[in-house]
Design a binder for this molecule. Sequence first.
Ligand code: COA
Length: 167
Amino acid sequence: MSKINTPPYLNFPRVSNFNISLRQIRDSDINDIIDISFYDATQATSLQQAIVMNSKINKDYEDGNSIHWGIFDNRTNKIVGTCGYYRGLDKGEGELGCVLLPHYRGQGFMTSAMLLAIDFGINNIGLKRIWAITSQENKKAIQLLERLEFTRIRDLDDNDVEFELIR
Ligand SMILES: CC(C)(COP(=O)(O)OP(=O)(O)OC[C@H]1O[C@@H](n2cnc3c(N)ncnc32)[C@H](O)[C@@H]1OP(=O)(O)O)[C@@H](O)C(=O)NCCC(=O)NCCS
C-alpha cells in the first residue's frame, strides 16, 4: 500500500499548467478575495475577517488537515479563485472545494485548477478517495464535477449531493 504524504511540506506546493498556477495565498492577495473567503461556512465581510480566516486555513494546513490554494491567471498573475482539499487527508481521502470570483466564471479556470488539484491529490498526497459535496441547485458546480468525470454517489440531508471521482 502506498504511503500518504499529508501537509505540511518543506515548501508550500505550487503547481502550474500553461494557463494557471496554484500557490499559497499571501496577505497581499486577500483584498481581492474578501467576497469568496469562507471558513466554517461563514463568509467574510471585511478584509480583517478574511485575514483571520486565512490564518485559520494556514493553521489547518500546518496541522495536516487541509491544503488551500489560490488560483492565479498566468497571463496577469491575478488571483481568480481558490480551491483545495478541506477534509479527510488524515484518512488518505480528500474533500475538494472551490470558488471563483464571479468575474472569472465561464472561462474554464476552475476545470483547469481542479485537474491540477486532483493530480496533486493522487500523485503527491497519495489520496485513495476524492469527493465533493454541493447542493442539488448548484448547477454550475454539478456541471463542473460532471465535466471532471465525478460520479454522483448519494443524496445527503439539506438538499446536498455527494460526488466522487471513481477511476
Ligand atoms: C462552481 C464554479 C467554480 C464553476 O465555475 P465555472 O466558471 O462554471 O467553471 P470553469 O471555470 O471550469 O468554467 C467552465 C465554463 O467555462 C466555459 N469555458 C470557456 N472556455 C473554457 C475552456 N478553455 N475550458 C473549459 N471550459 C471553458 C465552459 O463551457 C463552461 O461554461 P458553461 O458552464 O456555460 O458550459 C463557480 O460557479 C463558483 O465559484 N460557484 C460558487 C462556489 C461553488 O459553488 N463551489 C462549488 C463547491 S463543490
